[in-house]
Design a protein around this ligand. Sequence first.
Ligand code: PEP
Ligand code: MN
Length: 332
Amino acid sequence: MFILTEKNQAAAVQQALRQRLEGTGVTVAHPGGEVLVLEGETFRLDGESLRLLPGVRAVQRLTEPYPLAARTGHPEDTVVSVGKARIGQDFCLIAGPCAVESPEQVTSIARQVSAAGAQLLRGGAFKPRTSPYTFGGLGAEGLELLCRAGRETGLPVVSEITDPRQLSLFREVDVLQVGARNMQNFELLRELGRQEKPVLLKRSFGATVTELLQAAEYILAGGNERVILCERGIRTFEPDSRATLDVAGIAALKEQSHLPVLADPSHAAGRRELVAPLALAAAAAGAGGLMIEVHDRPEEALSDGRQALTCGEFARLARRVQALTALLRQEE
Ligand code: PEP
Ligand code: MN
């Protein structure tokens, strides 16, 4: 980290500043002129606060504020194993309904997405909905139905947790999902950092790539190394899709972090017609897998029916994605 100090600074001010900085645990070098070089655990320092110290003109961070999530110092890709899936190594398809609605619904979808090549089954039981009056999920019963469908089809299951107090209900759930709305729920992230299960961390629609990686850092800093990132669209001025899939963000995440990067084209698209094109774009941009909402009867879905693929549409998309990723692997 560089600090640019005021010109012609009095020696006493310079000395006080150096002492103050050294008090934070970093080493301070003064190669000459108005520049101070800070080395050590500079990720613990808040650049904004340093800027307020007497004699400081500017602060420039040179290393990432997320040392554990960063690819610097961890060049090889992290692979998270769940069931037979090697997320971060082999392309991975996660599919299932937005919300678990009934035993028949989740079992029927589980069978069909499994036959089409999905390696994990998704399904929400605790749904954070924009309106408090819409279907909020079946809660504990939903998790039970999801896990039962997963066992029956041999698929590990993914479901969203919205509060650390729900953890005991998630005992049988293989992957804990943190939804976009909770990406910066830091108490939840800290608690998941103490768990052994993989965490699928979705990007908030209002967060930068750096903020997503800092959220991942909370989980990693707690000792849980099994973090999977997921780009799901950010909010822009374009109303034609529900969100804007940040394709550049997928590539940037892969560049800046060793963690697996998935994409969720369903929540980015908001309508079924756009899901396949976005899924293919995400795969082409280097996403290590996709999470896709699928329903056996989208028109009757209790949430997100408009963006749900039918089981047949999912099977066709799975074939196209497999063809695309096979082609890309040949050219690597
Ligand atoms: C979901 O995956 O069910 C979901 C609610 O997505 P997001 O948190 O990305 O909106
Ligand atoms: Mn949904």
